[in-house]
Design a protein around this ligand. Structure first.
Ligand SMILES: C=CC1=C(C)c2cc3[nH]c(cc4nc(cc5[nH]c(cc1n2)c(C)c5CCC(=O)O)C(CCC(=O)O)=C4C)c(C)c3C=C
Ligand SMILES: [Fe+2]
Ligand SMILES: [Fe+2]
Length: 344
């Protein structure tokens, strides 16, 4: 009998083809946690406009990042899956060699994706047959949003809906202010500065969500601001040296601002010559960092007059990141509770 730790991230298409991207986007964008437009209207828009067109446009971008890593890392397949698998391996090593008998040999570490494969449902079913009694689900989203972490809570509830003896489940809510997460981010910036020198500005770009979600109570914006302020403080950066922006806008509604792409163009035009970009909301490099930030926005900035643009990789499987993830997982695991089966 054992504890199972399940790392979760968004997911990715099975292949970088329009067909596979369409199937992934259908599942992802049909989730009412992600798009809150009333169902019949959204299903119409999704089936008439988004799914016939977007996959053809996005598949070539996926093809560009497929098998491509930063700093010569030999990535295979989709980077988000590759890095999540490396995180699992490193966390497994740390937890299993911890010498803590309550955790030690009894802990199983694996991952699931909210959309695409492997699903949470399949993963939990497999772990149950292997004897897992306690589950710690760790969404790799440092900042809570109903569109990401909230969607995982919904899936957890659904997976156990038909079970009589529901196991003990802990879901990590957020970790934007965890000191080890902030420290790992700060270390990654400092290492980058040591290698390449510090640029004029540090841009902290977070994945956006619709602005209306914040008005309805999503705490995501406040947690992004909190993260950015803590990171700037750890780096001893004065307020004029950094900015917080939001990327990856989707659809016609107003999203959180300032927008990353607009800010970089304005900076290029107004004489900012060098910029370092970090994406603290992404635990693993993926399409939104490797393509949108490292390629598209670089081109925007240079075209607008900027000279040097450097993307600081996501924390991925860095040891200090895994140390943070380990501490967060442990704080949610009730190891003092044994894993024995109830007497019958
Ligand atoms: C309404 C649409 C979307 C919301 C809200 C949203 C929030 C959100 N997403 C992430 C993290 C990731 N998103 C990724 C890709 C992606 N996101 C959307 C749309 C919304 N995201 C789309 C349509 C896509 C697919 C690409 C595209 O068609 O543009 C990814 C990368 C996946 C990969 O395969 O590499 C990540 C990671 C967060 C953190 C977030 C809210 C906080
Ligand atoms: Fe997204
Ligand atoms: Fe246990």
């Amino acid at each position: 009998m054992s504890h199972a730790v399940i790392l979760m991230n968004l997911g990715t298409p099975a292949e970088p083809t329009p067909r596979a991207v369409r199937s992934f986007l259908r599942e992802f964008l049909s989730d009412p946690r992600v798009v809150e437009i009333p169902r019949p209207l959204w299903q119409l828009i999704l089936n008439l406009f988004v799914l016939p067109m977007r996959p053809k446009r996005i598949a070539p971008a996926y093809a560009e990042i497929w098998n491509h890593g930063l700093d010569g890392e030999a990535v295979t397949g989709s980077p988000i899956t590759y890095y999540t698998q490396r995180q699992v391996e490193r966390l497994r090593q740390r937890l299993q060699s911890a010498g803590d008998p309550a955790v030690g040999e009894n802990v199983v570490v694996t991952y699931a994706m909210t959309y695409g494969a492997p699903s949470l449902e399949d993963t939990v079913a497999r772990l149950r047959t292997e004897g897992a009694m306690h589950f710690t689900v760790l969404p790799l989203y440092p900042q809570y949003s109903a569109t990401t972490t909230g969607a995982i809570y919904s899936q957890v509830a659904k997976v156990f809906l038909k079970e009589r003896d529901v196991p003990e489940i802990n879901v990590v809510h957020d970790y934007w202010q965890h000191p080890l997460y902030i420290e790992a981010l700060a270390n990654s910036v400092r290492e980058h500065w040591q290698k390449s020198g510090a640029a004029e500005k540090l841009l902290m770009s977070f994945h956006g969500i619709p602005k209306a979600n914040i008005r309805k109570g999503d705490p995501y914006y406040q947690q992004c601001v909190g993260t950015a302020e803590r990171l700037a403080e750890a780096l001893k950066l004065s307020r004029d040296k950094w900015e917080l922006t939001f990327q990856s806008r989707f659809g016609k509604a107003e999203w959180l601002q300032p927008y990353t792409d607009k800010t970089l163009v304005e900076w290029g035009q107004s004489g900012v010559s060098s910029v370092d970009v970090i994406c603290p909301a992404f635990a693993a490099d993926c399409l939104e960092t490797l393509e949108e930030i490292a390629v598209e926005n670089r081109a925007n900035f240079i075209e607008a007059g900027g000279k040097e643009y450097r993307y600081i990789p996501a924390l991925n499987a860095r040891e200090d990141h895994i140390a943070a993830i380990e501490a967060i997982a442990r704080s949610y695991m009730r190891t003092e509770q044994g894993c024995e089966k109830s007497p019958n």
